[in-house]
Design a protein around this ligand. Structure first.
Ligand SMILES: Nc1ncnc2c1ncn2[C@@H]1O[C@H](COP(=O)(O)OP(=O)(O)OP(=O)(O)O)[C@@H](O)[C@H]1O
Length: 224
């Protein structure tokens, strides 16, 4: 089992008067899924950026299996240990196959064309779409490619999604989250997603909230 622990973690943007995240605490483990609920501007994206190794705590700590993420080789951590999808997430203009190949290469794994192809088909793309430039796909099909990208890195222990209702708005948030949650459960990964809505609540084992810079544990539940 792997674990991420936040201890008195703070984040303050440069030149900002206020702490976006203020002495937050929590522990997050592989094999479980977590929903972090928060209003616009509450710090959801900032918190995911800490987990992704894109930002580091300005005080306190976030550790991964006992090691401070700031002290890890963050390029390797981001490339190998984490699969993330932010609202600004984008695809290469190349084909869905090329997008998955690039993701795999960046993680240091070896792309196997058959497994890339079967993953893309399994999320709902058609065979004749696999080699089309992604800008010729519909928005819904592009979102299916981003879903596949999240599931292609077999070694990644942590899967992060910033507001699934937005990033899977066209292909169906319930479909995408059911698929992602099953994948994370089967592969014993840790899934953390943020939200402003209740749509994806049933895909989480634990519900947390962000408010006024504080991270609050709300409750544990049995996901459906
Ligand atoms: N680069 C930055 N510099 C200064 N302040 C920032 C920066 N990025 C975000 N903020 C501020 O930090 C706070 C948290 O932003 P963040 O994007 O993490 O919130 P959020 O909950 O993800 O918001 P949303 O739901 O609108 O995406 C906001 O007040 C935002 O204005």
């Amino acid at each position: 089992m792997s674990e991420w622990i936040l201890e008195a973690a703070e984040y303050r943007y440069e030149h900002s008067e206020i702490k976006t995240l203020d002495r937050i605490e929590g522990s997050f483990q592989t094999g479980r899924s977590y929903q972090i609920f928060g209003d616009p501007g509450s710090g959801k994206t900032t918190l995911l950026a800490l987990f992704a190794g894109l930002a580091v705590c300005t005080k306190g700590s976030l550790t991964y299996d006992g090691q401070e993420i700031a002290s890890l080789e963050r390029h390797r951590y981001r490339g190998c240990e984490v699969a993330c999808l932010f609202q600004t997430g984008s695809l290469l203009k190349d084909s869905p196959m090329a997008n998955l190949e690039m993701e795999i290469l960046l993680s240091g794994e070896k792309p196997e064309r058959e497994s890339l192809k079967s993953l893309l088909l399994s999320v709902g793309l058609a065979e004749n779409q696999l080699k089309l430039p992604t800008n010729r796909l519909s928005k819904s099909d592009r979102q299916l490619v981003t879903l596949a990208k999240l599931m292609i890195k077999s070694k990644a222990q942590l899967v992060l999604v910033d507001e699934p209702e937005k990033v899977f708005s066209e292909c169906g948030v319930l479909f995408a989250m059911a698929r992602l949650r099953n994948y994370c459960l089967q592969q014993k990964k840790c899934l953390i997603f943020t939200t402003q809505s209740t749509q994806s609540v049933n895909f989480a084992d634990e519900l947390w909230g962000l408010n006024g810079g504080k991270l609050l544990f709300i409750k544990e539940q049995r996901p459906s």
